[in-house]
Design a protein around this ligand. Structure first.
Ligand code: ADP
Ligand code: MG
Length: 346
């Protein structure tokens, strides 16, 4: 279990994460979704103990990341935004190198073999990393995160820069990993998160603006549960029949849009699903329903609304523009490197 409480992070006077709290249970696959610069990587870097926090707390499997960094980190495998790969090494050499650094307890050869098979890189184990495609490099990055068999995997934008085929392969791999690990994955692309995660945490300008399943987000954040219907039948009588359906609150006619039919908007009572009743009652009279669409917001629309800068109240103009956030500073690169190799011991 991971518990993040009132997490705040400041970079100088840039407030990157504001009072974020959430709990992730064992076995969950959770997505961090938010535009560039939202604070996803910052939260991940703090959860993995590679970046200090300004205030708040993070506990991994009961170990506070500041009090027991070694114990907490043992439970986490991390794929940072910039995977710290040594490109002049072969895959095998690199994994063996990480194994030593992590002081993994498992028997080396079988452990690394198993990981190579799991992420499907056995066939390239003797190739230099610099000669691998981006998709294979990303798998090697995931492989290093798996060394030591941590309970929790934190993957920062694992599909960024991949082609559609590679994206599907990485997605499938994440789903597979989710069977035995708690997985937290970030992306700025909704479909990426929706494809693999049950639960979605939406972050915007350092604030968690939503934390729920895709289904609940749609149900709870769409205030509109109405349906729009086009019926081929006599308007007046058909409207009466519709209004007699007990789950229907109100019906408003929109008039004739297509000749021979009329359109109307049906407002159900207490968010009831009235589609079947509408279909059956119209079918009984042989009045075909030509069209029926939900007025509910799509998840995409919800995401756009939640992450629309002008609608985020907490913004005091203290976060940078997205283009700027994408540039990786030396500090970021250093952080990414530390994620696997640990900080240089002095
Ligand atoms: P995301 O991963 O969602 O794109 P980040 O966590 O990288 O977002 O960035 C969140 C905010 O913190 C942005 O405004 C970014 O510019 C800022 N930021 C990130 N890293 C640093 C850093 N090392 N120094 C200063 N500001 C940073
Ligand atoms: Mg990021």
């Amino acid at each position: 279990m991971i518990e993040v409480k009132n997490l705040t992070k400041r970079y100088g006077n840039n407030l990157a994460v504001k009072n974020a709290s959430f709990t992730i249970q064992d076995g969950e696959i959770v997505g961090f979704l938010g535009p560039n610069g939202a604070g996803k990587s910052t939260i991940m870097n703090i959860m993995t103990g590679y970046l200090s926090l300004t205030s708040g707390s993070v506990a991994v499997s009961g170990y506070d990341i500041l009090e027991y960094p070694e114990k907490a980190k043992k439970h986490i495998g991390y794929l940072p935004e910039l995977p710290p790969l040594y490109t002049d090494m072969t895959v095998k050499e690199y994994l063996s190198f990480v194994y030593e650094l992590k002081k993994a307890k498992f028997q080396k050869k079988p452990h690394l073999d198993e990981i190579e098979r799991l992420v499907n890189i056995k066939n390239v184990e003797n190739r230099l990393i610099k000669n691998l495609s981006k998709g294979y490099r990303q798998r090697v990055g995931i492989a290093q995160a798996l060394i030591g068999n941590p309970d929790v995997l934190i993957l920062d934008e694992p599909t960024v820069g991949l082609d559609p085929k590679q994206i599907i392969e990485i997605r499938t791999l994440i789903e597979k990993l989710g069977r035995h690990h708690t997985v937290i994955v970030s992306s700025h692309i909704l479909s990426e998160i929706q494809a693999v995660c049950k639960r979605i945490i939406i972050i915007n300008q350092g604030v968690i603006v939503a934390d729920d399943t895709a289904e609940n987000l749609q149900n709870n954040l769409s205030s509109d549960h109405a349906i729009s219907v086009r019926i081929q039948g006599p308007e007046e009588t058909a409207l009466k029949v519709l209004r007699s359906i007990k789950e229907i609150e109100s019906v408003q006619s929109m008039g004739i849009i297509e000749s021979g039919s009329f359109d109307c908007v049906i407002q159900p009572k207490d968010n009831c699903d009235v589609r079947r009743a509408v279909f059956e009652r119209m079918a009984e009279r042989k009045w075909p329903v030509l069209n029926m669409t939900s007025n509910r917001l799509t998840l995409e629309q919800i995401f756009l609304r939640l992450t629309d800068a002008s609608l985020t109240p907490a913004n005091g103009g203290d976060t940078e523009a997205p283009e700027k956030a994408e540039e990786l500073s030396e500090t970021d690169k250093e952080l990414a490197r530390n994620a696997v190799f640990g900080k240089e011991e002095k």
